[in-house]
Design a protein around this ligand. Structure first.
Ligand SMILES: [Zn+2]
Ligand SMILES: [Zn+2]
Length: 378
């Protein structure tokens, strides 16, 4: 499979993607993603930026380079907006705040989501998309190895499993023993953990909520609260220009990860509502995602993402019929995903879907004496 656009390495050039809105790609290396789009919204006072990348000097260097191309200096950035509490979206924020006194805008539930994303190291991309990427990477790595006659490339990356969404210790809500990840993963977790602790978490100076209006790029934009990928996710809508700033809620070709571990009882239902909410917006002419290229068909893409989850739900019905008895989250996940993907991330996605069916009255669950949850669909 060809590389997805969300996986492309960050390009250095700055492009105007809507009136007074510049796309600036910042480098990130996360499972399934190669760059994050920081958008600069120009106005009389300078600019606001949305989602200024991961923490660290590389990001800051890239930010300075992109701003310079637009004749902006870091001190011209009066506002930083953070669509949701994932580190690749808020990492650069603190620097603008500390050095230049920028205002920080995020949803009013921002901090809660943040604690979860750091503690649980929640991934960005659904497991299906990670599997597809691993297939593509494995193909490329093998090619390179054939040519180089060496075995230096990508083993961990392509064959190490997808258990990137694990958390450190502690029981899962669905019970059962958590698989111990391989050493390389545990070391990586430790790096993420230290990154999380050392990460300067920005103080939100302007919490926003559904329906708020913000002055950006010389016009007014509406806040849409879009929980699902995280509980604190929000998007921005400029009805006059038909511009929609999507964050990770609707990406052009990949499906965002929906974790079963959430402050929401049914995060998948929240996500469906949020997809419907943005799908109903009239006259959208430009969608600006946090990863990948701008696109136009917001409603169509929102429907595609829903269809992906409905297929998954159908599979769960089939699997349950096949078992013919109540089965654990682990058992369901091992039918849904390939062995190399088994683990906490697979179980977390599976749990989100099973809980959705239970809340809809289409599945029943009980816990055994060891505290393990079992589900059977009706
Ligand atoms: Zn995210
Ligand atoms: Zn993201």
């Amino acid at each position: 499979m060809a590389q997805r656009q969300e996986q492309e390495v960050a390009r250095t050039e700055v492009t105007e993607v809507a009136p007074n809105i510049l796309r600036m790609q910042l480098p990130i290396r996360m499972p399934g993603l190669g760059h994050v789009n920081m958008y600069a919204l120009l106005d009389d006072r300078g600019a606001a930026v949305i989602d200024p990348g991961l923490p660290g000097p590389w990001t800051w260097q890239a930010i300075q380079d992109r701003l310079r191309q637009a004749d902006l200096r870091p001190k011209d950035i009066h506002t930083v907006l953070i669509t949701h509490s994932h580190p690749d979206h808020f990492g650069g924020a603190q620097r603008f705040v500390k050095e230049h006194g920028a205002t920080v805008v995020a949803h009013r539930s921002f901090r809660f989501g943040l604690a979860k994303s750091i503690v649980e190291n929640q991934p960005e991309v659904s497991l299906n998309d990670l599997e597809a990427q691993q297939d593509a990477d494995a193909g490329r790595a093998d090619d390179q190895e054939d040519r180089a006659g060496a075995h230096r490339h990508g083993h961990d990356h392509s064959h190490g499993g997808s258990d990137m969404g694990g958390w450190w210790g502690g029981p899962s809500p669905w019970g059962g023993a958590q698989p111990r990840p391989p050493l390389s993963r545990r070391l990586l977790y430790r790096v993420f953990h230290m990154l999380g602790r050392g990460m300067n978490v920005p103080e939100v100076t302007h919490p926003v909520e559904q329906g708020d209006l913000i002055d950006l790029a010389g016009r007014e934009m509406f806040v849409l609260h879009t929980p699902g990928h995280t509980p604190d996710h929000f998007c921005l809508h400029d009805p006059e220009a038909g511009v929609f700033i999507a964050g990770d809620h609707v990406l052009p070709t990949i499906t965002p990860h929906i974790s079963g571990i959430s402050s929401s009882e049914d995060p998948l239902l929240s996500f469906f509502y949020s997809l419907d909410r943005v799908g109903e917006l009239p006259d959208i002419r430009q969608v600006l995602p946090a990863h990948g290229h701008p696109f136009t068909d917001l409603k169509g893409r929102a429907e595609d993402i829903k269809a992906h989850h409905y297929e998954r739900l159908d599979r769960i019905f089939e699997i349950s019929r096949h078992f013919g008895r109540p089965a654990s989250v682990k058992e369901f996940s091992e039918q849904l995903f390939r062995p190399r993907s088994w683990g906490s991330m697979a179980e977390s996605e599976t749990y989100a879907h099973l809980e959705h069916l239970r809340h809809a009255g289409k599945a029943e669950s009980h816990r055994d004496r060891q505290g393990v949850l079992f589900y059977q669909t009706g």
